[in-house]
Design a protein around this ligand. Sequence first.
Ligand code: ADP
Ligand code: AMP
Length: 218
Amino acid sequence: MNIILLGPPGAGKGTQAKVLEESHGLKQLSTGDMLRAAVAAGSDMGLKAKAIMDRGDLVSDEVILAVVAERMDQPDVKKGVVFDGFPRTPAQAEALDSMLAKRGQKLDAVIEMKVEDEELVKRISGRFTCAKCGTGYHDSFARPKVDGVCDVCGGTEFIRRADDNEKTVRDRLKVYNEQTAPLVSYYAKRGNLHSVDGMADIKMVTASIGRILDGIEG
Ligand code: ADP
Ligand code: AMP
């Protein structure tokens, strides 16, 4: 099963993608995480991407599609993928269609996560992740059970993203509304768009997504 979690920065895509890895055996494919790994590795592509990401703009379709195509050829994604932060433009959405068709696969569902802008700013401003396993937390909404210790792997180091500040968040929301929001109607026309109330708490959102996927699995 291949699904897309579609929504603005801070909507909860990464949080729910991690849950779906456990509950549905899917692999999270986050282009943002892949770019941050390239930045951390200091590759040429990473260095170029960093300046763009720090501004809150989109990295070129060409670069993103090359990275995704390479990832889609690895064996661990064959059982199904939850796309997180991809596609972000109509050109990426069309390219994903052909990428899946070429591999004899299809898109089973696109789940739009709806969250109001001011809530997104709050969520992103308080976001941090475990440096070891990538589990996401929030200063107010999703704290680790024991302060300073990751619930999942016991790690004690946490990171905050360079682009998670209020100014860049507002720029990223503008970019989302201009370049990515048109994908909602793109997928609605295809009949595989579902929406969830992303304003609800994390467990409620998980339950809503679970019901949608149960319906698809028949
Ligand atoms: P995205 O991947 O869409 O950018 P994240 O999954 O990283 O968003 O979530 C952004 C922040 O909001 C994180 O700190 C996360 O812990 C928190 N969060 C995620 N979902 C919810 C929710 N339903 N309610 C409150 N906080 C949430
Ligand atoms: P994210 O982790 O999804 O919030 O993405 C962080 C940043 O990485 C974005 O603000 C963009 O600069 C870049 N990025 C991630 N995914 C894409 C994509 N599919 N297309 C273009 N840029 C992307």
